[in-house]
Ligand binder design. Structure first.
Ligand SMILES: [Cu+2]
Length: 352
């Protein structure tokens, strides 16, 4: 039998015992008389509050350590480390307040339970106390918000000048990666050029598109900024790379972006995690259809030399898959169609 099941059964039994105990005391009190009954009920309630604090608090601390291993996904990007440290600072402050207030809540419920002859103190206000519990949270929250806004502007701001650019296009249910060729410039695209072969609709009338290459995995260079240009062919997807702390929607009809600096190569991460099969994964973070769960991509973080060697082996998409094939003829037809459509539009506009 699994441990989880045993723990669950133990917990259910415990709750039943407490429930039965409470009922028994109730019956005994009934026999003893009304006033005594109230007194016993107060005692029992107070005790339950105290028990809840001790058992609940203990279980919380235990789970914190038990599940810690699942929480620590080491951030492998520069901004990922910023986000993690902000998360920890926020957790620290909110954690301190949480522990203090919860202990007080349950301890006081026990300590100040109704006792015969004791009267509650009437204590309507204390300006000094109110000032402190307003000023301190205000300072802490303002600091957290300011750090957050500062980092947010850095993360969503313009990418560094020496960034490499990768275009990632989501479709049901896979990712397409496009790299600029030696001109370092991604060529134009047009959704009407999308075919079974020309998956992201490259416009080969644009010279810059002719040396672009398509890849089956995303390759990036360690410590070098990467700008993702994110597109979608059909529905809304989302580029989620947990280790990179990257998450950005892929929206049909517009280009979203996200830039980051990877800091740990795949090789290094394999050693760190002790898993020789480790890979950085891209998961689609937006439910996008029945194949959503399988929409996985792989990011390889490597050295510049390794990247250059990989790049040298990637043929231009035009040269390898389009030039001299039926696809090229088809593209020419599509170009004609598009031209005719545009002319028609233009003349229509003219007559009106
Ligand atoms: Cu998707």
């Amino acid at each position: 039998m699994s441990t989880t099941l045993l723990v669950t059964i133990a917990f259910v039994l415990f709750v039943l015992v407490v429930f039965q105990l409470a009922r028994t005391t109730e019956y005994i009190s009934l026999l003893r008389g009304e006033e005594r009954a109230q007194e016993d009920a107060d005692k029992m309630n107070g005790l339950l509050f105290l028990l809840f604090l001790i058992i609940g608090g203990g279980a919380m601390v235990w789970s914190l350590f038990h599940y810690k291993q699942y929480m620590v996904l080491q951030a492998a990007t520069v901004h990922g480390q910023w986000l993690d440290s902000m998360f920890m600072v926020t957790l620290l402050f909110t954690g301190i307040v949480f522990v203090i207030t919860q202990i007080m809540l349950f301890y006081f419920a026990w300590k100040y339970k109704h006792t015969k002859g004791r009267k509650a103190l009437y204590y309507p206000e204390n300006n000094k106390l109110e000032m402190w519990w307003t000023v301190i949270p205000a300072i802490v929250l303002t600091t957290l918000v300011i750090i957050g806004i500062y980092r947010w502007f850095q993360i969503t701001g313009p990418e560094p000048k020496d960034s490499m650019v990768v275009e990632i296009t989501g479709q049901q249910f896979l990712w397409n990666y496009r790299y600029p060729g030696n001109d370092d410039k991604l060529g134009n695209y047009e959704f009407k050029y999308i075919t079974a072969v020309n998956k992201v609709g490259l416009d080969f009338n644009d010279p810059a598109a002719k040396d672009d290459y398509m890849a089956t995995e995303m390759h990036v260079v360690v410590n070098k900024p990467v700008l993702l240009r994110i597109r979608s062919k059909d529905v809304i997807h989302d580029v989620g790379i947990p280790y990179f702390r990257v998450k950005m929607d892929a929206v049909p009809g517009l280009v979203t972006r996200f830039w980051f600096i990877p800091t740990v190569t795949t090789e290094e991460m394999r050693k760190k995690t002790g898993n020789p099969d480790f890979n950085y994964e891209i998961a689609c973070d937006q439910l996008c259809g029945k194949g959503h769960y399988g929409m996985k991509g792989i990011v390889v973080v490597e050295t510049q030399a390794e990247f250059d060697a990989w790049k040298a082996k990637q043929p231009s998409f035009y040269e390898s898959s389009v030039k001299g094939t039926d696809e090229e003829k088809h593209f020419a037809e599509l170009t004609e169609q598009l031209k005719a459509e545009k002319e028609k539009e233009a003349s229509k506009g003219h007559h009106e």
